[in-house]
Structures are given as C-alpha cells and as structure tokens.
Design a protein around this ligand. Structure first.
Ligand code: TRP
Ligand code: SF4
Length: 325
C-alpha cells in the first residue's frame, strides 16, 4: 500500500471547515493508503509561541475530534509531531542543504508575515516552516500528501529538497511526495466573512444542538428576499452554499424551493440546522466519552508514537549514515 502523511496545526477547536477541508478526506483515504496523521505542534508553536500554554490540551481535543469523526487508530497511525525527535534531526539536515532563496521565494512565507504581523513570526524558525513540513513527510517516506491548494508550494519545496539531497549524497532514499489535492468547497463563515476562529464565525465540531440552531438562524440570506413570497436567489445566499458543501444531494431541492418561494428562509435554515445537529450529535457525544476518560486517548497516542517512531528511526539511521555522522 502506498503511504500518506498529513498534519494539522493544533491552533484551536476544530470546526466544520476543517471537516470539509481536510478531515473528511483523511477519513476516506484510510482504506486506500497506509496513513499517518500528525498533530503539527511544532508548526503551531512557530506562530503561537507567545501563548503556548494550551498546546497540549488543544492537541488532545483535536485528536478526540479526529477519532470521533472517523479516523481509526486501527487503520491509521495517529501521533504528535513533538513526540518524535527525529523530525528535528531531519529538519536540521534539510535546513543545512536548503538555499535561503528557496525559502524567501515561498509565497506562503511572504503572505503570512504580512497577515500575522501581531504574532511576530518574522523569525529564523518560521522561515523554515516548509523545511520542517518536508521532514514530516520524508521521515515517513510518504508517497502522497493530502493538502489544500495553499500548501502546494510546500510540497514543491519538499520535492526540491529530495532532489537536492539525492544529488548531494548520491543515493536515492526518498520518494518525491505528490499532493493529493483536496477539492475544498469555498465556505465562508456564518457572517459571510472569511471563516476563522478569530472571528468566531464557525460551527465547531463539538457545538451543542442549541448553539448550532442559534448560529444557523443568525446567518444572512439573500438580502433582496424580504417577504416570504419574494423568490430567492440561492447563488447569493450563504445558507445555500452550506447546503451545497454538506448536503449536495439536497442541492436541487433547496434551489427550487428558494427560487419558487415555496419555503421561507427561517424554515430553510431550520432544516439545515437539523441536518447539522444530526451530523454532529453522535460524534460530539462520542468525543465527550473519549475526553471523559483520557486513558484511552493517551494510549492511542502512545501506540501511534511507537508506530511512528519505528518508521522515523529507520529513515533517520539511513540519513545519519549518508551525511557522515
Ligand atoms: N502546514 C500544514 C497546514 O498548515 C500542516 C502540516 C504540518 C502538514 N506538517 C505537515 C500538512 C505535513 C501535510 C504534511 O495545513
Ligand atoms: Fe437562502 Fe434558503 Fe432563504 Fe433561499 S430560502 S435565500 S437558500 S435561506
């Protein structure tokens, strides 16, 4: 079986954007590939270092979501990046052979520095963000990496690093990792701004029914639809884009009741809210159980750490020899 590795930074609670954007595709990859799913806590620390106190809790909370939404510890290896020291070893080797120009050129670096000015990430480590990501991938010799479009430059850099490593040490030990592009529906937040935890405009994977209903009912619909008898325009309505992303099978039906003014927006939102409640409820309860007795969660991570370490140490031994240690 070909191998897949992906990671998520533990920067906060997971929401429906994470589900459609990443987690749902991780779940379906598990049957086709040997999967490694990693909490990228070093990567999170690079931008959250001034506020690091909750990293561990967020990591556990995120992993509890992964598991209750369908990541299986039997099928996949679930682990925390900072538990495996070899990530940093390989990061250093790759840092040594990566020309600075490749990193300054990286579009994500320039953008993030501008966007996250308050986080003061104009640092040595942050410049190496994609180098660490390359070592995450290559330490496990992953063939494929499921990512969103924004991460493609990082994958390209990983492939360049592989080629340079092979050229310098004159031996091919790594695959050139390929992206598995996740088709992400463009989803805005509940208030139609960019979905982001700093705007608190998302439905979290652990929201209670009441919260979900309130959030959905607060969504802005077609502003030109004032009376219930006015025909609506689904294409300008954020509620409709949620239907399309989460319930594509209802797409036609919703668009028709909207255009023909057969249902009002309140009812339309009520139906969506019920669907979200049904989706989230069983998983939310499952997560509560997992977090109630941390032993099981910790033992899953312990097992993941062992499996990950077995692979990581094999690769590191090869690398160590090639670089001359
Ligand atoms: N940079 C990725 C993101 O922000 C997270 C990540 C870290 C990752 N290491 C990885 C993704 C390795 C894929 C493979 O989404
Ligand atoms: Fe949006 Fe539904 Fe209202 Fe149409 S009926 S405008 S899709 S909320």
């Amino acid at each position: 079986m070909k191998r897949v590795l992906s990671g998520m930074r533990p920067t906060g609670k997971l929401h429906l954007g994470h589900w459609v954007g990443a987690l749902s595709s991780w779940v379906s990859l598990q049957d086709k590939y040997e999967c490694f799913f990693m909490v990228a806590d070093w990567h999170a620390l690079m931008s959250e270092y001034k506020n690091p106190s909750s990293l561990k809790d967020v990591a556990l909370d995120n992993v509890a979501d992964w598991i209750s939404w369908g990541i299986s510890s039997k099928k996949s290896t679930i682990f925390i990046q900072s538990d495996i020291k070899e990530h940093l070893d390989l990061f250093m080797v790759f840092s040594i052979l990566t020309p600075l120009g490749w990193l300054y050129r990286c579009p994500t670096f320039k953008e993030q520095i501008k966007q996250l000015e308050a986080k003061e990430i104009n640092t040595h480590a942050f410049l190496g963000y994609p180098v660490l990501q390359s070592s995450d991938i290559l330490l496990y010799k992953a063939d494929y990496v499921p990512v969103g479009e924004d991460q493609l430059p990082h994958l390209e850099l990983a492939r360049e690093i592989v080629r340079r490593f092979h050229f310098i040490y004159n031996k091919e030990i790594f695959p050139e990792p390929k992206p598995l592009l996740t088709e992400v529906p463009r989803l805005l937040g509940l208030d139609s701004r960019k979905m982001s935890k700093s705007y608190d405009n998302c439905i979290y994977l652990s929201d209670e029914d009441e919260t979900i209903k309130n959030k959905v009912s607060s969504m802005i619909t077609d502003p030109q639809r004032i009376r219930k008898t006015d025909p609506g325009r689904p294409e300008v309505c954020n509620v409709y884009s949620y239907y399309k992303a989460f319930l594509p099978q209802k797409d036609k039906e919703v668009s028709s009741w909207c255009r023909k003014a057969q249902k009002g927006c309140t009812e339309c939102k009520g139906i969506l809210a019920e669907e979200f409640c049904d989706l989230i409820r069983p998983r939310r309860e499952n997560k509560k159980e997992l977090l109630g007795d941390k032993k099981k969660l910790l033992s899953i991570l312990e097992e993941g750490k062992e499996k990950a370490h077995r692979e990581a140490s094999k690769t590191w031994k090869e690398v160590k020899k090639l670089v001359g240690f």
